[in-house]
Design a protein. Structure first.
Length: 187
């Protein structure tokens, strides 16, 4: 599986699910597991939650791997970063191992970006817990990012990320997104 084509893979899995539902055929647990993992990788927690609700109870209870993927999703929903790392620390099948590894990497990146955006300083231990890294790895990550590290007090002072891109969204796009959201809520 190529992670560069993750959007195409997600579309194909969604089509397979819809076609199976239309013909009355059962959907394989593997399809549900892959699609759930992809939604988590895309940080599409709403679709992940609704997919979980669509999955038949028999598949949820008989497939330990899909339960483990959903535990990751629950921790992501709660924004429990240490819990996410703990839930990701599993032996995954070949079907989703690459996706889950990429999810771990993206979670590390998101956590580091959040720290850089939200904190003016924090302890090395807090950074390590938040990023899921060891203390030494967290210090090294801070140094690599150009953050100030005070080893005597074990305090890291992150630098705010430079945001050079200005997002311009047209009124039509905003109205379209709002319409899609309201229609989604009504259904």
């Amino acid at each position: 599986m190529l992670l560069s084509n993750i959007d195409t893979l997600a579309e194909n899995l969604e089509k397979q699910e819809l076609e199976s539902a239309a013909t009355g055929a059962t959907v394989s647990p593997q399809l549900y597991t892959q699609l759930l993992a992809i939604y988590l990788l895309q940080n599409d927690l709403c679709n992940a939650k609704y997919l979980w609700k669509r999955i038949p109870h028999s598949i949820k209870t008989s497939n330990a791997e899909i339960q483990n993927v959903w535990k990751v999703g629950q921790k992501m929903w709660q924004r429990d970063f240490p819990g996410i790392y703990e839930a990701l620390n599993k032996q995954w099948s070949n079907d989703i191992a690459e996706i889950m590894q990429k999810l771990l990497e993206k979670t590390h990146q998101r956590a580091a970006h959040l720290v850089a955006t939200a904190y003016s300083s924090l302890s090395v231990d807090a950074l390590a817990a938040f990023t899921g890294l060891s203390v030494e790895q967290a210090i090294q990550q801070g140094i690599d990012a150009g953050w100030q590290v005070d080893r005597e007090t074990n305090i890291i002072k992150p630098c705010r990320p430079v945001n050079n891109t200005v997002q311009v969204v047209s009124c039509e796009d905003q109205i379209s997104k709002l319409t899609d959201f309201v229609s989604f809520l009504e259904n």
